[in-house]
Design a binder for this molecule. Sequence first.
Ligand code: FE2
Ligand code: FE2
Length: 188
Amino acid sequence: MLATENLRKEHQLILKYIALMERYAEFCVNNAQCSMLLEKAGSFIEFIHEFADDFHHAKEENILFRSLEEPGVLTHCNPIPQMLNEHSKARELVQAMENSLHTNDNDKLKTAISQYAQLLKEHIYKEDNILYPMGERGLSDMAKASLLKEYAQTDQRLDSQTLWCKYETLYNDLEHQLITYTHPTATC
Ligand SMILES: [Fe+2]
Ligand SMILES: [Fe+2]
């Protein structure tokens, strides 16, 4: 029984969005291209708020991390304060993205995107390769079963199926728009 499988799948979608957001930012070298970044940044921010933060980070903070902090689960070190600190930094960087969007400041937006992308990629690497394996080793089968039940309740409460569908569709749209803009003759 695995307690982190669904969270890993969520990481994959978050990483896909980050990579696409970086592609948009890299493409922004002149006014016309930057207006496209400003136009689409709101969609990326919406994904980060609704999926990466309200859904994924909330499941970690309210369910997984709480279980991992039970006595005897993490025996060597406790990386959770660092993980929580990184969630907070990520929220600050999203706020910086929103602020730069409101002032139409492309340079600040690109800087905030780059810092957010770097932070989240490193954060997800640490969770996938250090924290989650520690949890899989330390949690009992009973604790894992209880976690899975709590995830399922959260998935139901936040209608995760609709959320996944919405954001997979949005990803495809955003990717298609970038390809169409960068390769106007492309047919797909
Ligand atoms: Fe996290
Ligand atoms: Fe995570």
